[in-house]
Design a protein around this ligand. Sequence first.
Ligand code: NDP
Ligand code: 2IT
Length: 443
Amino acid sequence: MTYIENQIKSLSRLYPEQKQFIAAVTEVISTLGPVFEEKPQYINNRILERLTEPERQIQFKVCYTDDDGNIKINRGYRVQFNSAIGPYKGGLRFHPSVNIDIIKFLGFEQIFKNALTGLPIGGAKGGADFDPKGKSDREIMAFCQSFMTELYRHIGPNTDVPAGDIGVGAREIGYLFGQYKKIKNAYEGSITGKDINFGGSLVRKESTGYGLIYFTNEMLKQNDSSIKDKKVCISGSGNVAIYAAEKAEMMGAKVLTMSDSNGFIYDRNGIDLKIIKKIKEVDRDRILKYIDFNKDAQYKEGKFYWDIPCDIALPCATQNELDKICAQNLINNGVIAVAEGANMPSTAEAVDLFLKNNVLFGPAKAANAGGVAVSAIEMSQNSIRRSMSFQEVDQILKSIMTNIFNKISLSSSKYGYGKNYLAGANIEGFIKVADAMIAQGVN
Ligand code: NDP
Ligand code: 2IT
């Protein structure tokens, strides 16, 4: 049995219930064979065993009272996975599906994503099995304050800097930051995604979605195409989906679909983002409402099977949303490129189908790295107490996303993977972190 197979087997024995984490590890390390052949020092230094065990894993109780006076109890998590190249960095997810398996999978992916940005940030993730849907502002505030009352002791600008993810946007970040500041009595960059009035960075809100489009366009450009005039299907209608749609439209594409966990809309004239922003960012309502504003559009209840013909598919909702049936639908309809705005939205079978059918595939850890990259730029602005302009940050974001594509494309061809950019992203991120771990000794 090879070093890689051994490691997958041993993790499956240790954590049999952590299916999503094992899937994420398998996806990364099964592409590293040629790297171990070239650099056996990674085997001698037991890098896989060390990299797949989080440096620290915290679980805590979060209690608050709802508007009817009932006491509610949730579980909070922070997994500080790897700090070889910088302080722990990664988002917080508030969603009822959150458990240690999900947080470990996201934290593990974050290590390599953060390495690909070229910025000094380690990998982490956190969150809670709390459902923000239908809660009042006061309930959200009470939950965030209770969550931070425990989390604050584990984080800080040089230790661990959380940010948003599913269910954690500007409102939640504001409440979390306010509580951190109060308890620590320190006005410091302890969390990113803050409002620009109190230490946030311009472009952070747009960065994951814009970055996804910069990456996708670069991938298309280097394959003799571009995003202009293309038909795009997007899933999700949250932070990532909205700003991916906005930049795609700015660059001349037409966005045909968006979704939420209840259903999806199809607008053959191109989705009107003013309507989406009002429904999602202002009213916090369901996407079904879109057809009240736009009678030409269609709404379909239930899962989106990616069966609307398009050139480019951008899954921007959640993990495993795009399975082999969806992938086959996209391929049958002639999709050219798929780029992941969400974290691991495509199942392993779906990725295999894309690669076998020569669909250009932009893996999450590369394609959605724009969010955390601008978070790191927010951290540096906080450190030097200076704010950069929108254009300045946007320019840096664009060049980071272009560099990421170039780096992973070089690595995939250097290690014999052709246009398998997933392999290139894994290899590129892994080598950087592994070399830093070896240089820092056994600890
Ligand atoms: P939001 O909470 O803003 O939006 C999430 C969207 O996905 C909503 O439309 C939501 O619908 C939908 N969704 C969530 N869970 C499910 C589900 N189980 N089934 C169907 N739809 C679902 O989150 P973000 O836009 O921030 O995050 C989206 C994805 O992007 C996640 O995978 C996240 O990890 C990833 N990501 C986010 C970054 C960021 O900076 N925010 C950076 C990099 C990656 P509903 O409202 O009905 O739940
Ligand atoms: O998955 C991700 O990269 C994020 N949710 C953003 C993390 C961050 O620290 O900005």
